[in-house]
Design a protein around this ligand. Structure first.
Ligand code: CU
Length: 168
């Protein structure tokens, strides 16, 4: 969008310069008083608008858009964990991230039927068998300490759980 505005502004400035040059040439030749004041009144506000858009910041503002075609916010942090699930534990069992991080968790199952669930973030892997893995991604958009667990049978009660702490 900024690029388009920039191009339009450049065209407008070009047109204004041509018009002003044309007008000054006209002034020297025939002194037609009624038309000239009308041209001046039309051109001046447009000229000030265009020069405001021509500030040196404009090209710099365009650059990040070109570098970031995916639409994902610049500076997003992806925090990745690989967690091993077993009968009946997660390793590691205490995760720490920063609020706003994009968190990617891969559950690697070393044996048994397990999944990985965090209720507060609406996160759940598939239930997978030993030797399989599954990945979930979410944004840690609130602070606090939240429990993750395996929802299969009574695995949670048997100790298959851990915590993820989100700090400011
Ligand atoms: Cu389990």
């Amino acid at each position: 969008m900024k690029k388009i505005i920039f191009i339009i502004a450049a065209i407008a400035i070009g047109a204004i310069i041509v018009a002003l040059l044309g007008a000054s040439v006209m002034t020297n030749a025939p002194l037609s008083l009624p038309t000239l004041p009308a041209i001046d009144i039309d051109e001046k506000p447009a000229d000030t608008d265009a020069s405001a858009d021509m500030t040196p910041e404009t090209p710099a503002a365009v650059a990040p858009v070109a570098e970031n075609p995916s639409g994902e916010a610049v500076g997003t942090v992806v925090t990745e964990f690989i967690i091993t699930g077993a009968n009946y534990s997660f390793t590691p069992s205490a995760l720490k991230v920063k609020k706003g991080d994009t968190v990617r968790i891969t559950l690697k199952n070393s044996g048994g039927l397990h999944d990985f669930v965090i209720d507060e973030f609406g996160v759940a892997t598939k239930r997978i068998n030993g030797g399989e893995e599954d990945t979930v991604t979410f944004v840690a958009d609130k602070t606090g300490t939240f429990e993750f667990y395996c929802s299969v049978g009574s695995h949670r009660q048997m100790g298959m759980k851990g915590t993820i702490t989100v700090t400011e």
